[in-house]
Design a protein around this ligand. Structure first.
Ligand SMILES: NC(=O)c1ccc[n+]([C@@H]2O[C@H](COP(=O)([O-])OP(=O)(O)OC[C@H]3O[C@@H](n4cnc5c(N)ncnc54)[C@H](OP(=O)(O)O)[C@@H]3O)[C@@H](O)[C@H]2O)c1
Length: 299
């Protein structure tokens, strides 16, 4: 059957990718962690929702049954990303999947950020598997800003746990989802093989901007003052632990903040523009779009 499996389906990435694929008329099987997400995923258009733990090889073997392609999204900063990757690649190989698309990250080569480095190890496993693959490497999402939208709008404070001068590229998750749908569906006109097989694409929307520049763009689009401010890492950690983050996640993200502060994270939007056949969405356009629907404050 011409079905596409999406793992990590109920997360923000999974839902965006499902929307983009359903708009293209694709048939989706979704793997979700909790049964309470099943109805939402069906509402988005998933034809079948499997509930289970992706650390469990038996669930992954079941998930790949009857599907043509796999779009693998590991949960964010998951300590078991490498073994999960190994298991799903093994299951996809055994099932004879014709295309495996892996949702990686910009600069997986960065050893100082353990969650990036783990994704590089999964990419390596994919090369070794012999499966036709596409690897997508997105920059940090513009949508991450929405986690603090209320503070930004209500107090004018855009707070980040690293220096205001840190220069970081970003990308609109909707552009990433469209790129994923393109990678999954475009075929070679004669062979009908996946057009983007055995390719690695960096998905970047903006040049690296300081956080002060990000705040200035938010301010301009919101029509009210917004200032970038450093949230001390200790305060960030308290909030993160209160929301359920464990030691591994906290330590990994603290390393990421330190890396951002020392080196930034800089990419180039040419590849994304080429894939989408239009320029990548700018932060100005993203902020304008969000402000139109989410002013005066986000939920
Ligand atoms: N955020 C960014 O800026 C960014 C940029 C580039 C790449 N990425 C990558 O994008 C990926 C997805 O990020 P995201 O923020 O969309 O992820 P997410 O919100 O963490 O979503 C992942 C989904 O997986 C589910 N899940 C958790 N543990 C699971 C398990 N053991 N078995 C099955 N499902 C499980 C979660 O369910 P529950 O919610 O019920 O726990 C959630 O629905 C990550 O690998 C991240 O590194 C993110």
């Amino acid at each position: 059957m011409n079905m596409i499996l999406i793992t990590g389906a109920a997360g923000k990435t999974g839902k965006a990718v499902i929307r983009a694929l359903v708009e293209r008329g694709q048939v989706i099987k979704a793997l979700a962690f909790r049964s309470e997400h099943a109805r939402e995923l069906e509402g988005l258009g998933a034809i079948s929702v499997l509930v289970g733990d992706m650390r469990d090889a038996a669930i992954l073997e079941k998930a790949v049954q009857g599907v043509r392609s796999v779009y693998h999204i590991c949960p964010n900063v998951h300590p078991d990303e490498i073994t999960i990757g190994q298991k799903i690649i093994a299951a996809a190989s055994a099932a004879g999947i014709s295309h495996f698309v892996y949702h990686s990250v910009l600069h997986p080569q960065t050893e100082a950020m353990p969650h990036h480095w783990k994704k590089l190890r999964v990419e390596e496993r994919l090369f070794e598997s012999g499966l036709p693959y596409t690897i997508l490497q997105p920059a940090p999402y513009m949508q991450n800003i929405l986690a603090n939208w209320r503070d930004i709008v209500d107090t004018g404070s855009y707070s980040i746990p690293y220096a205001v001068e840190s220069r970081i590229s970003m990308v609109d998750l909707d552009d990433v989802a469209l790129a994923a749908a393109i990678a999954l569906t475009e075929e070679h006109p004669e062979s009908h093989q996946p057009l983007h097989r055995n390719a690695i694409y960096e998905l970047v929307g903006t040049q690296a901007m300081t956080q002060a520049e990000v705040a200035a763009i938010l301010s301009e689009q919101l029509g009210r003052p917004v200032i970038a401010e450093v949230l001390p890492v200790e305060a960030w950690e308290r909030k993160a632990r209160a929301s359920g983050f464990g030691d591994d996640q906290v330590n990994t993200l603290v390393k990421m903040f330190s890396y951002y502060e020392n080196y930034g994270l800089s990419g180039n939007s040419q590849v994304l523009g080429w894939l989408l056949k239009r320029p990548a969405t700018s932060l100005e356009a993203f902020a304008k779009r969000v402000a139109e629907v989410m002013l005066p404050s986000a939920p």
